[in-house]
Design a protein around this ligand. Structure first.
Ligand SMILES: NC(=O)c1ccc[n+]([C@@H]2O[C@H](COP(=O)([O-])OP(=O)(O)OC[C@H]3O[C@@H](n4cnc5c(N)ncnc54)[C@H](OP(=O)(O)O)[C@@H]3O)[C@@H](O)[C@H]2O)c1
Length: 155
């Protein structure tokens, strides 16, 4: 069984010549009950999960011309970080031994865009989930652009 979830629960008309069946459940990463509901559905129907692919991601809107607008950092992080994190936490107990969680990312996520100070904070082997959450909150409230971050992310 392959579950291809989206906010609309759209039928993607996927086809398989190996007998794979498809389901198109609804899923909104900004709604924790939606994540819990999907996990329960899959647990009830299949018991366990071989692979979870987290593909959903919002990008910073790039205008055709003119300066790049300030992104709504919280809206982006609610999907790209909080939603993806909750998917991992919720589905981890359902993953079969030897199974996988695959989180799709982008070259735009490379830490090389950021100052050495900020990179060191991310790479700190003692980093905890709450410290990571604090970094995310810092990013959300400061509304900094990606490029100027090098000059502005160290206080
Ligand atoms: N496009 C690129 O050049 C590129 C390059 C590198 C990496 N990527 C990565 O590829 C992934 C998809 O990007 P894309 O370019 O294909 O973007 P996209 O066409 O805008 O697709 C974004 C996806 O995220 C889903 N999504 C957004 N908000 C959601 C929410 N609250 N709950 C559940 N799903 C939500 C959307 O699902 P709905 O169907 O519900 O709207 C849609 O399927 C991202 O992780 C991105 O980082 C893209």
């Amino acid at each position: 069984m392959l579950y291809a979830a989206s906010r609309a629960g759209a039928d993607l008309a996927l086809r398989s010549n190996r007998g794979v069946q498809f389901r198109y459940p609804t899923l909104d990463l900004t709604d924790s009950s939606s994540i819990e509901r999907l996990a329960k559905t899959i647990k009830d129907e299949d018991g366990k999960v071989d692979v979870l692919f987290n593909v959903a991601g919002l990008n910073i809107a790039k205008p055709q011309s003119g300066p790049r607008a300030f992104p709504d950092n919280k809206k982006i992080m609610d999907v790209n970080f909080q939603g993806t994190l909750q998917m991992c936490v919720t589905f981890l107990p359902l993953i079969k031994p030897g199974g996988r969680i695959v989180n799709l990312s982008s070259v735009a996520s490379s830490l090389r865009s950021y100052s050495e100070g900020l990179q060191a904070r991310f790479r700190d082997p003692k980093m905890t989930l709450s410290a990571l959450q604090a970094l995310v909150t810092e990013y959300e409230v400061r509304k900094v652009l990606i490029k100027p971050m090098r000059e502005t992310d160290d206080h």
